[in-house]
Write a protein that binds this ligand. Structure first.
Ligand code: NAI
Ligand code: MG
Length: 501
């Protein structure tokens, strides 16, 4: 466990320099304070100590940012050719790569995640996503159509579709993968020709702000990307602003619903990537060792703070006891500690609020009759640490089975036939991720087709790549980020018809 040392002392010189600077946000190419002069405190979840303060953005700041984004959209940004947008995004990818160690350290300090994960997971994915999306800037295409217009005699026509950028985009992101979320939002929007106002999570604004510096260094025109820090307030102002054409949001289903209601007033385009309660289904012929490791990774990766976390586990009866035993062993073996410690395998949760929330789910699981086979012991200390927990014999009426916990708490249930496993897996208001573990690929493919989820994995879980579309079914939201679909999210299709005489 980490003692109360200020972890800023564990940063390299570059990250230390960034943290020491006064916190400013990016509007119209300038680093500014909030018009209110107010700021919010950013905490280190491993110690509870203040890292630094950043501006508390207000509706007035959002208004300035949206105006700047509009000017850029109608001027400097749209004046660029696609290949120039591509080059700027590639330049940004190079800069992120050149500053990867600093960004990884900032991510670990701000979010608490294991430094190795930040370095080889988050940074790799952010850099690859920038390069992947950069390529789309020069590959956006419409179609040509030979229409009939049979009711117009003696005339011929030709039709085509144009793909046009949707305009000024407001993007609101959560704290679990702060840099990756920022990149997944801004990169496709910029590639498509949109301009952006980004609102990072109040818990983790640091890497988005450092990314903002690199955006300036890369030479993006002023106002193409604006970053307004703060809590829900500036987020809501962005949703309400009539000058914003589209909102892209990742976060809780609860806030997604609020956004969908409020966006109706201005008929904003929306893409919503929301919560999940993703099932992991292990069939009786699966390799037990592989399935245990896979199920553990599915729920415990990033401390369970993953929208696709495999938080419900269904195991076919013959393997049930062995899998539960294996998972308890993995969970009990986790070294929980500061993300900067080499030995640590799981860092703190994001905030005291989140730890209290996860703790209350643990208590409800016990109260409602779950069999706790691992975890549940408190971890003292100033940081927000939590021991990974496994509940066996979870039932569909339990709160831990139904609600998104967003922490390292697994609810496991046995099943006797595949149909009931699929029915239980689909018995959720969510539909984000799911995985099936088996050596029988025919069976796997049947299960894949029966599951109602936006991402389904076979013998793996939580794997995301910039080339593979990602997004939910049901109350997990709509709109597919990543892949070609990401460009569809940030473009409108215009139909053009010409009379040929
Ligand atoms: P949240 O959904 O409240 O926050 C996400 C982002 O939305 C933040 O940037 C926040 O400032 C902003 N926001 C909050 N209220 C808003 C509003 N009314 N209008 C516009 N923007 C608003 O998530 P929070 O509070 O950090 O976590 C609460 C729970 O939500 C977690 O325990 C977890 O269950 C879930 N969650 C799910 C995520 C996912 O990816 N599925 C990500 C983060 C949280
Ligand atoms: Mg919230």
């Amino acid at each position: 466990m980490s003692d109360m040392i200020d972890q800023k002392s564990r940063l390299g010189a570059a990250a230390r320099g960034f943290v020491a600077k006064p916190g400013r946000m990016l509007i119209d190419g300038q680093w500014v304070e909030s018009v209110s002069g107010e700021s919010i405190t950013v905490f280190d979840p491993a110690t509870g100590l203040e890292i630094k303060r950043v501006p508390a953005g207000t509706a007035a700041d959002i208004d300035r940012a949206v105006s700047a984004a509009r000017r850029a959209f109608e001027g400097s940004w749209s004046a660029l050719r696609p290949v120039e947008r591509e080059r700027l995004l590639l330049k940004l990818a190079d800069l992120v790569e050149a500053n990867a160690e600093e960004l990884a350290e900032l991510e670990t300090l701000d979010n608490g995640k294991i430094l190795m994960m930040a370095r080889y997971g988050d940074l790799r994915l952010a850099i690859d996503s920038l390069r992947y999306m950069a390529g789309w800037a020069t590959k956006i295409e419409g179609t040509t159509i030979s229409p009939s217009f049979a009711y117009v005699p003696d005339a011929r026509f030709a039709s085509q579709t144009l793909r046009e950028p949707v305009g000024v985009v407001g993007q609101i992101i959560p704290w679990n993968f702060p840099l990756v979320m920022a990149v997944w939002k801004i990169a496709p929007a910029l590639a498509a020709g949109c301009t952006v106002v980004l609102k990072p999570a109040e818990d983790t604004p640091l890497t988005a702000l450092r990314l903002g510096e690199l955006i300036c260094e890369a030479g993006f025109p002023d106002g193409a990307v604006n970053i307004v820090t703060g809590d829900a307030g500036p987020g809501a102002a962005l949703v309400d602003h009539p000058g914003v054409d589209k909102i892209a949001f990742t976060g809780s289903t609860e806030v997604g619903q609020i956004i969908q209601r409020r966006a109706a007033d201005t008929m904003k385009r929306l893409s919503l990537e929301l919560g999940g309660k993703s099932p992991v289904v292990i069939l009786k012929d699966a390799d037990v060792g592989q399935a245990v490791q896979g199920a553990a990774q599915a729920i415990f990766f990033n401390h369970g703070q993953v929208c696709t976390a495999g938080s419900r586990l269904f195991v076919e009866r013959p393997l049930y006891d062995a899998v539960i035993e294996g998972l308890a062993e993995v969970a009990n073996g986790f070294v929980v500690g500061s993300g900067f410690d080499q030995a640590s395998q799981m860092g703190p949760l994001i905030s005291s609020r989140q730890r209290d929330r996860v703790q209350s789910y643990l208590e409800s699981g016990q109260r409602e009759g779950g069999r706790l086979v691992a975890g549940g012991t408190a971890i003292d200390g100033p940081g927000y640490f939590f021991r990974p927990a496994v509940f066996a014999d979870a039932r569909p009426d339990m709160t831990i089975y139904r609600e998104e916990i967003f922490g390292p708490v697994l609810a496991a249930t046995p099943f006797d036939d595949l149909d009931s496993a699929v029915a239980m897996a689909n018995d959720s208001s969510y539909g984000l991720g799911a995985s099936v573990w088996t050596r029988d690929l025919l069976l796997a493919n049947r299960v894949v087709r029966a599951l109602k989820a936006g991402s389904v994995w076979i013998n793996c879980h939580n794997l995301l790549d910039p080339a593979v579309p990602f997004g939910g079914y049901k109350m997990s939201g709509y709109g597919k980020e990543l892949g070609h679909s990401a460009i569809d999210l940030y473009t409108e299709s215009k139909a053009v018809t010409m009379a040929l005489g």
